[in-house]
Design a protein around this ligand. Sequence first.
Ligand code: PGA
Length: 249
Amino acid sequence: MRPLIAGNWKMNGVVASLAQVSTVASRIADEAPPADVLICPPFTLLANAVATSAGRIAIGGQDCHALPSGAFTGDISAEMLADAGASAVIVGHSERRQQHGESDAMVAAKVRAAWRAELLPILCVGETEVEHDGGYAADVVTAQLDGSLPTGASALTIVVAYEPIWAIGSGRTPTADQIARMHALIRAWLETALGREGSDVRVLYGGSVRPANARAILALPNVNGVLVGGASLVAQDFLEIARSVPSGR
Ligand code: PGA
């Protein structure tokens, strides 16, 4: 299974930031790490990022609407992302779930929208700090998978990202054991839901991934890549994370 190193720029980046895309794309083309590399810039930079990367890395969106078009001021459809040259889209990020009130059902509809537009959806799940401290993390993540991953997924058509909300942007990461246990739980869920295909779905870890901890996280069982926020804004840091993929995975 080829790991995926994905960068989520969130609401950061202006035209000048395309230099970061250019640096990452050319280094990745030269170094050819054993991983797929994806950058998800804000919508305003998407088409330019696609042109700048020239196919050397993948470019994705950070969200999409469930419908292909219509009277939805400010929204962007999966078809529009594909039209701009995106090949993937993040759906169900905790910042969307929390700040935009996205339910599991809405996230499931966005996964289906991504499929309709032939984009690879990266479905985010993860518990809050209160849920974590209360010992409910497994229940929360299982419920999110039940509610937001529609039937019909295969190893090539879904990526799951486990992002404990308390680890996002906080500089705190779960212990190696906590990450491994949650990824094993997600793997077991996927194998129950998808059968053999579930063994080959990539499950990413996200939340305060940095060059200093990427190698250890990427070496854990059932961790098939990372979803990187803050550290993806600095080309050298993001490249260092891409270089942390163990060879032969
Ligand atoms: P972070 O964000 O790497 O800045 O913690 C991760 C994410 O939200 O995808």
